[in-house]
Design a protein around this ligand. Sequence first.
Ligand code: 3HC
Length: 301
Amino acid sequence: PAGAPDKALAKKVTKVGVIGAGLMASQFALLFVRRLQVPVVITDLDQSRVDKGLEYIRGEIATLLSKGRISSDESNRLNALVSGTTDKAEFADADWVIEAVFEELGVKQDVFAEIEKHVSETAVLATNTSSLSVEQIGAKLAHPERLVGFHFFNPVAVMPLIEVVNAPATDEATLATAMGVAAKLKKTAVITRDTPGFVVNRVLAKVLGEAMHAVDTGTPFEVMNHALDRFGLPMTPFELLELVGLKVGAHVLDTHHAAFPDRFFESTNLHALAEHGRIFDRDDKGKIKGFDKTAVKIVTP
Ligand code: 3HC
């Protein structure tokens, strides 16, 4: 396709560094180790976060084994390839380093400025930002040409798409490497411009924002959720907001509202829900039992 980078420029990836050990980062760390079969190192601010990420990855490997999706040899190999540390010196020989830290511009800028001190000159850097500008995220890098957006969707194991964000400074070798990595992950990659929300979140923010706006302006939460459930979506916008994280969801809506105030709503109720931490009551298997009554009290106008 027009604008596709020259595949010959793609760099070989022999070790992956993952910055952030939260749920999104842990999900894609697992995918990297499974599909690339190379060492994957995860890092976070403190060891307890790293351990939590490792626990998730090892738990998912155990589930794949118990479902017969991988052999016990494969399970052992994957467990041996994954490691966690707070020491960024471990990233010195990583050739693909991707972050999924807190969705705040200053935090991401500082993370990349810091990581650039530890990686080799040839390492490619990627950000899983949901809707921030990749160009701005790379503003403190000495070499912004090696930064690319690489945006996964939740749940990473299931959703087939990756948005590869071609920022103004991103060079062709970086773009080609990103496309090569996406192919190895067996995902469909689309190259997008570095615009707020890229392709998918721009559309999703509209859907989620309209659903929240209806609640904000008086439609009962339960009515909205029931109607959208019966409409036949895989999950309702409110369930989706919980899946992606209420804070991430609120952030995505804010980013869109700031960029296009005439087209996107910001939702005070969503911010209240993000503080509260959840919308639904669930059983211990995660199945929805109903609305969290305290949350509903917060959001019903
Ligand atoms: N991790 C790993 N695997 C998962 C999973 C998870 N969190 N959730 C579901 N799966 C797997 C299940 O194991 C199952 O696999 P199997 O058939 O091989 O055993 C398969 O997915 C189907 O799961 P279920 O039968 O339990 O559930 P559903 O059929 O209801 O599907 C769903 C679940 C795929 C999550 C579906 O509800 C869905 O597509 N929801 C919409 C998700 C979506 O839109 N995501 C995009 C969010 S936006 C985003 O992430 C961008 C960010 O920047 C905001």
